[in-house]
Design a protein around this ligand. Sequence first.
Ligand code: NAD
Length: 368
Amino acid sequence: MRLGVLRETAPHERRVALVPQTVQRLRAAGHEVDVERGAGESAGFPDQAYREAGARIVERDLVLHECEILLSVQCPEAEDLASVPPGVVIIGLVQRSGANRFLAAAAAGHLTVLAMERVPRTTKAQAMDVLSSQATVAGYQAVLLGASHLARLLPMLTTAAGTIPPGRAFVLGAGVAGLQAIATARRLGAIVSAFDVRPIVKEQVQSLGASFVEAEAVSAAAEGSGGYAKELAEEQQRKVLEAIGKQLPDKDLVISTAQIPGKPAPRLITEEMVSRMKPGSVIVDLPVESGGNCELSRPGETVVAYGVTILGPLNLASQIPQHASLMYSRNLQALLEYLIQDGRLEIDRDDPIAGPMCLVHGGDTAGV
Ligand code: NAD
């Protein structure tokens, strides 16, 4: 099949859908790959690397007009779809602003859209799971970002100028991003503790060398379907806030990653809690776009309150574009290998992986 890689158009997006290494594998499997000129530049993959991998470097119009499958990190603009022939399949993340216009244009153009954020979190689809691959990068980067804003060092240092005690990091939410944040903070030498409402993660937290904070009254009842958390009852929420509130005053770096699928992020750090933190400490609030875990964080902004720096970074994975792209690209490769059979891509709405991902099918929007 002819696959097309689009250059990203969303502001500050530095990732690219396919990296040259994956292009080479897809070429070996018999596919043609067209890459829009400059598509990999911001991720550190020049056009020449794609040419050497067997891709054709072309202008955007040609990718849109000639390819049977269009690959992107974030979905293209609605305006791009005017020149895309009916029947083309577009695969990417469909969560950027303007996504509704994009989906309407795809439906009008009789296209098919597969949303990468809807890959089911099952063992079979693990290799295609971009939420996990990108959350891994985001969890790592959150710690580096936070550490670079700290007024203190994280590792313990014994020097001629005296001994510096290790910093204390606290990770809220020990899912994919949180576990990577714990591992990264540990590598930087911090003493790390973590909290999650799913008691099942206690062992994973401890195996990374961090201590697990227990909250009274939070039980297995906090775990919903698919291994995700669910919203807490009022009394449980009060106990959780109490437990977190006790932790914060001696922490230097707080990385918050708590989310509940389909709901606003749980509010876990109040202004009153921030006011009791050490001046010079830092909070990195990952779910800031879905409301944030900290009352004071603002999307894309740095807020300083009570001497505490509160960061609300957007699209953290894009800040490490080379490896984030490599992982995204491997997720796409696994999906394409699964979907393309005998040189054809047929989407079956009943397929356990393609079904949930399919938002538009040949113009039909029943999946939205
Ligand atoms: P997520 O981004 O939805 O949430 C992050 C973390 O926040 C979760 O661990 C959640 O329990 C926690 N959280 C929610 N409310 C909280 C609160 N009030 N206080 C503290 N913590 C709170 O989750 P995720 O990282 O995408 O994944 C969560 C889980 O999904 C994984 O740990 C795993 O069990 C499962 N998963 C399975 C697969 C697979 O099988 N292929 C892949 C990825 C994830």
